[in-house]
Design a binder for this molecule. Structure first.
Ligand SMILES: NC(=O)c1ccc[n+]([C@@H]2O[C@H](COP(=O)([O-])OP(=O)(O)OC[C@H]3O[C@@H](n4cnc5c(N)ncnc54)[C@H](O)[C@@H]3O)[C@@H](O)[C@H]2O)c1
Length: 266
């Protein structure tokens, strides 16, 4: 799909990666709406984008908020071509059995249900028109879950699974789906002392230096939309760990638990 003139909506567009995606889509000639819960984030991102994006306040957990956004966007700008479900939250590191259940529910609501809500809102129109593209932001944690970040990892594995299955559902209708798996990227989230990459400790220059510029994630995302690529891997250094994880899974495939199972087509 060429991006020139296409209408795109980026949730969490007031933040690092969302603003990077918005900037990259604008570079390619798309018309962009950035949507975010936080009006200050929207104002900062609009300034950063040189006023080239339309803004919309939305809570991705709230279906009424999605419906209102859809009605207004379609009335003012026309049908949506590209949906980037990017809004997400992280949590402080810790044991999941000690986690505040309300925080777990919030992670599920924003990171998983938020994506579901966006898909329910805009995928039917894309299917009916026989074109469109959806990008869901997972995380490298969607491929490499790790302890102390368990709820977040679980939510990102869910985003990856939902997106891969969604890609299969929408392909017959000419609608593409891509999954973005960022590693460390410069953003409010990653720099936050509570939930960010320093894991609750003071940020070090070494960690900061490892953070990718979100514009490059945006450019990789824009290219994936053009190519209808399934997986957007921006941080290839994780490959050995991903291979080791999948080798552990495939290496566990042995004889069936029930002796003789499957031998007669069962
Ligand atoms: N930065 C990283 O290193 C990194 C790595 C892997 C994945 N991610 C993922 O990338 C996405 C973007 O995160 P970021 O790092 O740019 O963080 P960020 O905090 O800078 O941006 C996230 C934005 O989402 C908005 N948001 C939060 N809850 C919302 C809601 N209910 N409705 C609408 N907007 C909401 C926030 O206001 C914020 O502007 C997230 O899904 C995150 O999990 C980030």
């Amino acid at each position: 799909m060429s991006l020139m003139g296409k209408l795109a909506l980026v949730t969490g567009g007031g933040g690092g990666i969302g603003a990077g995606i918005a900037a990259a889509l604008i570079e390619q000639g798309a018309r962009v709406v950035i949507a975010d819960l936080d009006e200050r984030h929207l104002a900062e991102a609009t300034a950063q984008l040189g006023g080239q994006a339309t803004t919309y306040q939305i809570d991705v957990t709230d279906r009424a908020s999605w419906a209102a956004a859809q009605t207004q966007i379609e009335a003012e700008l026309g049908p949506l071509d590209i949906l980037c479900n990017n809004a997400g939250i992280a949590t402080p590191r810790g044991l999941i059995d000690e986690m505040d259940p309300a925080l777990f529910d919030r992670v599920v609501a924003v990171n998983i249900t938020g994506v579901f809500n966006g898909v329910q809102c805009f995928a039917p129109g894309m299917r009916a028109r026989g074109r469109g593209h959806i990008v869901n932001t997972a995380s490298v944690n969607g491929l490499l879950p790790f302890g102390s970040f368990t709820a977040y990892s679980a939510s990102k594995c869910a985003v990856a699974g939902l997106s891969e299955a969604l890609r299969e559902e929408l392909a017959p209708y000419g609608v593409g789906v891509s999954i973005l798996y960022p590693g460390l990227t410069r953003s409010r989230m990653s720099l936050s002392p509570d939930v960010g990459a320093s894991g609750g400790r003071p940020m070090t220059p070494q960690i900061e230096a490892m953070m990718m510029d979100p514009l490059w994630l945006g450019r990789a995302t824009a290219q994936a939309i053009v190519d209808n690529a399934a997986h957007i891997i921006t941080h290839p250094a994780y490959l050995p760990q991903v291979e080791a994880r999948f080798a552990a899974i495939t290496g566990s495939f042995g004889a069936p638990a029930q002796p003789g199972y499957g031998e007669a087509g069962g």
